[in-house]
Design a protein around this ligand. Structure first.
Ligand code: SF4
Length: 263
């Protein structure tokens, strides 16, 4: 059985005062932030709870890698999945992807999908994985959980359109993130409208995620039994579905738990 190495969390100071957090996962992946704060407003998220302060420059994104290295970690790959919506900081993101590519560091990202024209562009560019956070199968649930993302139907239309133009190998790099929140989006009926997408593009992966509790949050994830039950039901529908990975369910690894300090 694979040994689970502890995560390490870094506070990276910015020149004008605030600091952003990054996490080194025991798997060798470094999760970095792309913005100080976030404008998307997901109600379960501590990282964006105080809104957007500003975008990070390419150098400030790279500094998070240097910070990990300075503390003795040598990341094998990077994911831009920390604080912020990377597509809201598109030019820095593109420059950062180029820099990682030049350094032979595989890089993936997580996005809520807006603006749609940036989503289209990034889906066509070389990357090591793109996770689109939907957290819902119904437009109303999506609007509640990701209030300032493009609307659900536009996202699905855009994604479908681009996927038809990608090779099967490229499609395997695309995933849908689904943060399970008890009593909000964990009903089986919520998943039904996602089934046609996964049947049409069986190379896609559905990643079930759990949230780590943060103070004052009204949201929590369902029990392990409920997650197992959902996982089995979705796999039975022919969906390539993954349970939450062991590094992300450690205390420092949960979705939306990173903070911007010193506002
Ligand atoms: S979950 Fe991501 S997109 Fe949503 S508010 Fe938090 S940092 Fe922003």
């Amino acid at each position: 059985m694979l040994a689970v190495v502890a995560n390490a969390r870094f506070l990276v100071p910015l020149a004008d005062g605030p600091s952003v957090e990054a996490v080194y996962y025991g798997s060798g992946t470094l999760c970095i932030s792309s913005q100080a704060g976030c404008a998307v407003g997901c109600p379960f998220c501590a990282s964006g709870s105080r809104g957007l302060l500003r975008n990070l420059s390419e150098d400030e994104m790279w500094a998070q890698l240097e910070s990990a290295r300075a503390q003795g970690y040598e990341p094998l790959r990077i994911t831009v999945s920390g604080i912020g919506e990377p597509l809201h900081n598109f030019q820095s993101l593109l420059a950062f992807l180029d820099r990682c590519r030049a350094a032979a560091l595989p890089v993936s990202l997580t996005t809520t999908g807006g603006p749609l024209n940036s989503l289209k562009k990034i889906l066509h560019l070389p990357h090591n994985g793109l996770m689109l956070s939907l957290h819902a199968g119904k437009p109303a649930t999506h609007r509640l959980l990701i209030p300032r993302a493009p609307d659900f139907n536009s996202l699905m239309e855009c994604l479908t359109q681009v996927l038809t133009t990608l090779s099967r190998r490229r499609r395997r790099k695309i995933g849908i993130n689904y943060l399970l929140l008890q009593g909000v989006n964990d009903d089986r009926t919520e998943f039904l409208s996602l089934v046609p997408l996964f049947r049409r593009f069986p190379e896609l992966t559905l990643h079930l995620l759990t949230c780590n509790p943060v103070s004052d949050s009204a949201y929590e994830s369902p029990s392990a039994e409920k997650i197992d039950e959902l996982h089995g039901a979705l796999a039975g529908l022919g969906i390539h579905v993954r349970r939450p990975n062991p590094w992300r369910i450690q205390q420092d690894g949960g979705c939306g738990t990173l903070f911007v300090r010193s506002f």
